[in-house]
Ligand binder design. Structure first.
Ligand code: NAD
Length: 495
């Protein structure tokens, strides 16, 4: 039975792509499930003028575009809770008008002063908005009420700018009131890492450098930059994917068992893991991280000839790297990561590669047997969710030889239909005040300090771009990076 939550949502950037495509359909799902019912209201804001009816119509269209019946009574009732307020976030006077609207809706829907401010717009405005929300009295002072601030990525472009932004936000909001979105943390199988590790003796007892040879994290995208080029060219794969999503996944894989399954305990362990991540010196950064930019193929232009990309751009569209933790659990077991655009396929997976048995008794001198394969636990994050465990077994014949077999668990299509979208989960978490699946400031700051060092080294050298073919798995340097350690990527194109 769902618990109804009472809150006023104020969306800054309420007419933007993210709001229409993800946020409103996710709120609708929470409404259908009963997490939101009669005691909620939404104010959408942006600079343009619009009346409530037009806004509600746009909201219903966004529900229809995501596969709902826009003409249903449910959709009409849901959208009747939506209000529009033209608002320039840089104009302090506009905040008093917004405050009046918020107070009125609070009374009308009996929201008890609970407020969620969602900043779904360009990050340069985050500091100003947070400051004016406080100075203009938008934050509720009701006893027992909550004020929560939800922030979209990117959170800074290096440690210094992230710290500046965080300092600005902290003048108005406490750390536990700030929810920094990393939508990968809303994905079913990323959340399943904790269940898999801490729910299974079989897994957790082997989860260390004695039994694990290496861990590989791959976030592969099939598309190029599409219409995001102007943003992407200022960011690149290291900032856009490694600093946030990859570092979050790695910290869940590397952390110690939390004392309890609470946001405070989980965050404490993730931070501890990130603190023991080795920040590279110049020489190690240059050796342990490689970058790439895609070339052209057939009708597909190379990155430098995409719309809105400068012809001399040195922005990387691919990164691969090796991460090392200097702690008792992981010393000597590298984490290899890679991500890029215009690769062979769209998928996210984690491959945990176990050490081979110390003695291969099947490889006696006259044996024709091939050497035992490593056990590999693969966590499929998307597009299909599931696990696969590769073991060695005897071949089913009269002789005696071994072969790798796979134990597969795939979430079936019927079940995955009911899997909430990441944004639905994350909005629900914000309503509950559960910060588990959001990035805390210490996590963000350690991730930036690590990434800044790679960036610093890269900025000193002119890269030889383009250096990989579209629909491949990146440049040759990504292969060399892992082969140098006498290992290979588990996911390979010819497998
Ligand atoms: P968008 O450009 O579509 O929307 C921006 C919104 O901000 C619009 O509603 C616009 O009217 C409003 N706006 C701009 N300047 C304003 C001002 N001075 N005062 C008031 N309103 C103003 O952007 P988006 O794609 O919806 O992205 C929003 C945020 O979410 C960004 O931080 C982005 O990085 C992040 N994000 C977006 C996606 C996505 O899929 N679109 C994915 C991940 C993260």
């Amino acid at each position: 039975m769902a618990t109804e939550r009472k809150a006023l949502f104020v969306f800054f950037g309420g007419t933007g792509d993210l709001a229409y495509r993800k946020l409103y359909p996710s709120l609708f799902n929470l409404y259908r499930k009963g997490n939101l019912r009669s005691h909620f209201a939404v104010i959408g804001t942006s600079r343009q003028a619009m009346d409530d009816d037009k806004f509600r119509e746009a909201v219903r269209k966004s529900l229809a575009d995501s596969g709902n019946r826009a003409d249903s009574k449910e959709a009409t009732d849901f959208s009747s809770h939506f209000y529009y307020q033209a608002h320039d976030v840089t104009n302090t006077a506009h905040y008093s008008v917004l405050k009046e609207a918020a107070d009125k809706l609070d009374k009308k829907y009996k929201l008890e002063g609970n407020r969620i401010f969602y900043l779904s717009m360009a990050p340069q405005f985050f500091g100003t908005i947070a400051q004016d929300l406080k100075s203009q009295g938008l934050m509720s002072t009701n006893k027992g009420a909550f004020n929560r601030l939800v922030i979209e990525k990117p959170f800074g472009r290096d440690y210094d700018s992230a710290k500046q932004l965080n300092d600005a936000l902290s003048k108005s909001f406490e750390e536990e009131q700030i929810f920094r979105i990393d939508h990968y943390l809303g994905k079913e199988m990323i959340q399943n890492i904790e269940a898999l590790r801490f729910g299974n003796t079989l897994v957790e007892s082997l989860w260390n450098n004695r039994y694990i040879d290496n861990i590989q994290v791959t976030l592969s995208e099939k598309l190029g930059v599409e219409e995001r080029a102007s943003y992407y060219d200022n960011s690149g794969a290291l900032r856009d994917m490694v600093q946030n999503h990859i570092m979050q996944i790695v910290s869940l894989l590397a952390m110690e068992q939390p004392v309890a399954f609470t946001d405070t305990d989980i965050r404490a362990e993730k931070v501890k893991a990130l603190r023991s991540l080795r920040v590279y010196n110049v020489a190690d950064a240059a050796t342990n991280f490689v970058r790439g930019q895609y070339g052209s193929i057939n009708d597909q232009p190379d990155y430098r000839h995409e719309d809105n990309v400068p012809e001399d751009s040195t922005t990387e569209t691919f990164v691969a790297g090796k991460l090392l933790f200097d702690n008792y659990r992981w010393s000597g077991t590298p984490f290899y990561v890679r991500t890029g655009k215009m690769l062979a396929d769209k998928f996210t997976r984690v491959d945990v590669v176990f050490k081979r048995p110390l003695v291969d008794i099947f490889a006696f001198p006259q044996s024709q047997n091939t050497p035992l394969a490593a056990n590999v636990l693969t966590i499929f994050v998307e597009p299909h969710a599931g696990f696969s465990l590769q073991l060695n077994a005897k071949t089913n014949d009269a002789g005696f030889s071994t072969e790798p077999i796979k134990l597969d668990y795939l979430v079936d299509a019927e079940k995955s239909k009911d899997t909430p979208e990441p944004y639905e989960r994350l909005l629900h978490d914000v309503l509950k005040g559960d910060g588990t699946n959001f990035s805390s400031w210490p996590e963000v700051s350690y991730a930036w300090k690590f990434v800044d060092q790679i960036r610093r080294v890269w900025d000193l050298q002119e890269p030889q771009f383009p250096n990989y073919t579209p629909h491949s798995m990146g440049p040759a340097a990504a292969e060399e990076l892992i082969q140098r350690d006498h290992r290979e990527w588990i996911y390979r194109l010819n497998k």
